[in-house]
Each structure stands twice: as structure tokens, then as C-alpha cells.
Design a protein around this ligand. Structure first.
Ligand SMILES: C[S@@+](CC[C@H](N)C(=O)[O-])C[C@H]1O[C@@H](n2cnc3c(N)ncnc32)[C@H](O)[C@@H]1O
Length: 207
């Protein structure tokens, strides 16, 4: 296992902890409480969403391509006493049949995937008609041109620091151009985190 992946995985929860306390944990709970049926989470990371899944789902599948993250995810399932299938796969190549999930969850993942078009196409492919993508993503600022310029300037160094994250991705535009229908979104601030990962958009896109 790559030492950088292992270090990033171990540093992830401490780096996010302030932001989790200052609103992200509640945001996760509100979003993930809407998961229904057979559920797939992409880029599940260390499993910060696990505690929020409703009981009584048909199945919960957690996809995570980085082995070091997937190890922590499996540990989290044990300590949380939750049952889920962990699959080490990237969002761009989901090893599941067409129309096989009722809900897909993505929290701060479409900023990081290498090919967001391919990832969104895969999400649309695996969702059943009428199924939902539930998302929280940080995106390029639209209301502060100054912040947007800094997000552009710092894209490369930030990607090195934050394991491939692109702070200036216009994820809402990408979703709007996809086969998914984006329902009205909520825009907010990720308090307790650097300004470069503001604003957040959250909501639902329907297959
Ligand atoms: C900012 S973290 C978010 C983790 C988790 N979703 C959360 O809300 O805490 C980004 C996650 O995306 C994962 N990732 C990186 N490349 C990916 C890809 N191509 N497909 C899916 N996930 C990917 C990373 O390993 C990491 O777990």
C-alpha cells in the first residue's frame, strides 16, 4: 500500500473533524436519511456517512477505490455495528449492472474523481428509473469572483495536498448536462474548513 494513501487516509477524519462538528455531520444526517431501497455510496472514504443510513435498507454497498480508505471503512462498519458490502472500485467504472440501485450517495467525491463526466454517466447507468443521486459537493464559487480566481490558481497545489481534490469544479453544471434531472439545490458554507472548499451544494438528482 502506498505510504501517501495510508497517511491521507489516517489524516482524513482529524482534518475534517472541525467541519463535521460545525454542521457537516448534521448535513450528512439530513441527506442520508432519505436513502431508500438498494443503496450505493461512491467514494465512501473512511465511512463518515455510515452512522446516518436508515435501518431497513434492502442493501448498502460502499464503493471506495483507495485500499487504505477501504480498510478504515471496514473498521468503521465493525465499530458502528452496521452491515454493508465494501467494493474497491472507482466511480468511473462501477462493477454493477444497469438500473440496479434505488439511491446513489456522493458526498465530496465528484470534486475528486479523475473523470467527472464518466462518473456521472456511471451513476445514471446504475440508477433505476426514478432513483435518486443524493449529493453534497463543494464547487467553484459563483458569488465571489475573487474566491473563484483563488480556486483556479490553487487548483494544482490543493490537489496535491488534498489527494486529487479540484476546488474549482462546476459539479452542478456537469450534473445539469447529464441524463439526471437536478431538483432544486441547497447552497451553504462548509464551516470549519478552508474557504477554498466553499460553497457547498446539496440535493437530489433523479434518473
Ligand atoms: C473528500 S473524500 C470524501 C470521502 C467521503 N465521501 C466523505 O464524505 O467523507 C474523497 C473520496 O473520494 C475517493 N476517490 C478518489 N478517486 C475516486 C474515484 N475515481 N472514484 C470514486 N471515489 C474516488 C477518495 O479515495 C476519497 O475517499
Amino acid at each position: 500500500m502506498d505510504w501517501f494513501d495510508r497517511f491521507s487516509a489516517l489524516a482524513y477524519d482529524p482534518f475534517l473533524s472541525r467541519g463535521e462538528r460545525r454542521g457537516m455531520r448534521a448535513r450528512r444526517a439530513a441527506l442520508i436519511g432519505d436513502a431508500r431501497g438498494r443503496v450505493l455510496e461512491i467514494g465512501a472514504g473512511t465511512g463518515l456517512n455510515v452512522e446516518h443510513y436508515p435501518t431497513g435498507l434492502d442493501e448498502l454497498v460502499l464503493a471506495e477505490p483507495i485500499a487504505a480508505m477501504a480498510d478504515l471503512l471496514r473498521r468503521r462498519l465493525v465499530t458502528a455495528g452496521r452491515v454493508a458490502t465494501v467494493v474497491e472500485a472507482p466511480a468511473e467504472q462501477l462493477p454493477f449492472p444497469d438500473a440496479s440501485f434505488d439511491t446513489v450517495v456522493s458526498t465530496m467525491v465528484l470534486c475528486t474523481v479523475e473523470d467527472p463526466h464518466a462518473a456521472i454517466d456511471e451513476i445514471a447507468r446504475v440508477l433505476r428509473p426514478g432513483g435518486s443521486l443524493l449529493f453534497v459537493e463543494h464547487v467553484r464559487s459563483t458569488d465571489s469572483p475573487r474566491l473563484a480566481r483563488w480556486q483556479d490558481r490553487l487548483e494544482k497545489p490543493w490537489a496535491v495536498f488534498a489527494a486529487g481534490c479540484h476546488p474549482n469544479r462546476d459539479t452542478l453544471a456537469l450534473l445539469s448536462e447529464s441524463p439526471l434531472r437536478v431538483a432544486p439545490v441547497d447552497t451553504s458554507r462548509w464551516d470549519g474548513m478552508p474557504a477554498i472548499v466553499r460553497p457547498l451544494v446539496s440535493g437530489r438528482a433523479i434518473a
